[in-house]
Design a binder for this molecule. Sequence first.
Ligand code: ADP
Length: 308
Amino acid sequence: MKKSIKIFAPATVANLCCGFDVLGCCLDNVGDEMIISLTSEPGVKITKIDGANLPMETHKNVAGVSVEALLKKYGKEIGVEIEIYKKIKAGSGIGSSAASSAGAVWAVNYLLENPFTAHELVAFAMEGEKLASGNAHADNVAPALLGSFTLVRSYNPLDVVRLNAPSDLVMTVIHPQIEVKTSDSRSVIKQNVKLKDAVQQWGNVGGLVAGLLTEDYELIGRSLEDVIIEPLRSILIPEFKAVKEAAILKGALGCGISGSGPSIFALSKGEVTANLVAEAMQEIYSKTGLDFDIHVSKINSQGVRIMK
Ligand code: ADP
């Protein structure tokens, strides 16, 4: 008999200013839906993609590649069918590819009665990220799988830490409808950093982690600063500076590029401020003539979840 589940595969905001490739957090009301089934015929098949024009071939779709990595380790011949209902646009910078990779491996693991821990699933989902961007980064798939905020303490060996977060944090994200490929926005980054900048950046990473764990909103705000990547990448994002200034003026704790962009995120204390920030972002972008989406979301402490 066919075993099937429907899941919510959440969007995520990676980097969070200072934590390039190491920090990320999980959104609660923005994400894809997926239906994953175990079947009697071995092999992984993408049977439906709704809402986006993405490859149906297993080896070209991040969900297919991630599940194949899981099954290789599992070591038994299993049949899997994947339906993807895309709500997060590819190239949005809020973890479109990560949602598919994380969602697919989480669901298959669940249907197989959890042979792997959520931490172990991160490594399989990273194979999907490698396909999407040429780089097996974990800063989107880790928060999608573990929920809340995550820190990749080390890539080799992989060491991912889940961080509890203050419950009043609310994310505002604006997604301008222009595509910035992760691979393109990685190419504008310099391979060397000045020691002075590195010192400031790792001070901020420590400050942000400490601020999250001690629920110190002001420390979180002071630490949401990026002196290395943002000056280079923000050039690719229309009205970045104006949006950031407006968000801070409305009371956001901090504002920066979401993942590799073009989405811009702001973190606020409480929904009232987060909505004011959303209005300010909307006002600026309405004048550009560009299409955009705005999301206001609490932090999702659970990650991928089953839908009824
Ligand atoms: P994002 O940061 O929004 O995830 P990326 O640029 O990292 O965007 O990833 C999108 C790339 O991954 C696109 O080239 C897309 O064609 C490819 N891709 C393959 N499978 C999927 C999938 N299931 N969901 C999203 N993107 C996918």
